[in-house]
Design a protein around this ligand. Sequence first.
Ligand SMILES: Nc1ncnc2c1ncn2[C@@H]1O[C@H](COP(=O)(O)OP(=O)(O)OP(=O)(O)O)[C@@H](O)[C@H]1O
Ligand SMILES: [Mg+2]
Length: 362
Amino acid sequence: MNESIISSVLKIKLCCESVFVSIRNICIIVHIIVCHFPVVFGNSCRAYGNLRLEPLNELSDFAILVPAKSERRQDMITAKGICKSFRDKQVLSGIDLDIKPGMIFGLLGPSGAGKTTLIKIITGQLGSDSGEVSVFGKNVKELSGEDRKQIGIMMDDHGVYDRLSVADNLKIFCDIYGISYSEIGKALSETGLADSAKKPAMKLSKGMHARLKLARVFLIEPKILFLDEPTSGLDPMTMKYIHKLITARRDAGCTVFLTTHNMEEATVLCDEVALLNEGKIVERGQPSEICRRYNHQKKINIHLKAGGDISFAHDAESAGEIKKLMEQGILETIHSSEPTLETVFIELTGRKLEAEEEIRYA
Ligand SMILES: Nc1ncnc2c1ncn2[C@@H]1O[C@H](COP(=O)(O)OP(=O)(O)OP(=O)(O)O)[C@@H](O)[C@H]1O
Ligand SMILES: [Mg+2]
């Protein structure tokens, strides 16, 4: 009798154990499927560590794993459908932009294209007729004072107090932004103006004047810098100096939004550009990538030491011919035929940028 009871208990125990192991195995399998194949589980938004399950799109039943919001490289500046008219003149017609952190973004366009108007709208100095702008992921109209303190704006028409010295100009700016005067020395040396601190602004050269305007915005250690034509009218040496200051800021993590109508400058300075013409963005991308996209000729152009140019098709057959020229030592230069940004702009718009305002990049 006792034996039969013990045997029954053992059987029940074994049975329970096998049910428990089965349930545990099912749980493990479900866990693995949920973590590694989330797409099969519809569009509920769930978090998995630093990842979130989000719908593929509004209409889809499928979902994908994406980094949680805090993990994403959020755009610093976004603009959607910006339109602006002055009286009956349409200046901006549906501008869309998204600018990632830590890049130099160049808005290129001829005089009157709407560059300054767009900067004013993005920085909240001017309202748009329609569309939305976000800076730091917030609607520009809802930026706090603290947010605004992280935005440096250097406009073409923001004046410097001519009768005041360089240092006093910076002191006024410190007073406005609540910055300690002790920061002035750093901004002066960064912009190479330390020896001119006592000079009245009216006695500065054009290049020094531009550097003073940069020193002013550098004082606030901005996370975003808006520079409206920062090198306009400067000689090539000063232009290069200003470029170095701007790239140093970018390398330190600052996002730079600048305007220019100098395509050569944009090619060497900007990580990404947008070409603006008559209020519309007609092309956008990395300068070199845009130029490659419009390389219709696809040629290799060679200049010979003895003078004379030869053009080869950009293909395997030409390789042997080019090799021979090289072996004979008669080849002086060799270039592929991508157009410049300027040429791309002309192709897209049929118009040239204002030549008299451009200074060649040396
Ligand atoms: N406050 C305003 N009232 C009326 N028209 C304006 C105003 N501001 C700009 N505009 C007009 O809008 C157009 C675009 O001007 P904007 O200054 O934005 O051009 P831009 O691309 O910055 O030119 P530039 O390279 O010469 O600085 C121009 O036709 C200009 O006359
Ligand atoms: Mg302008």
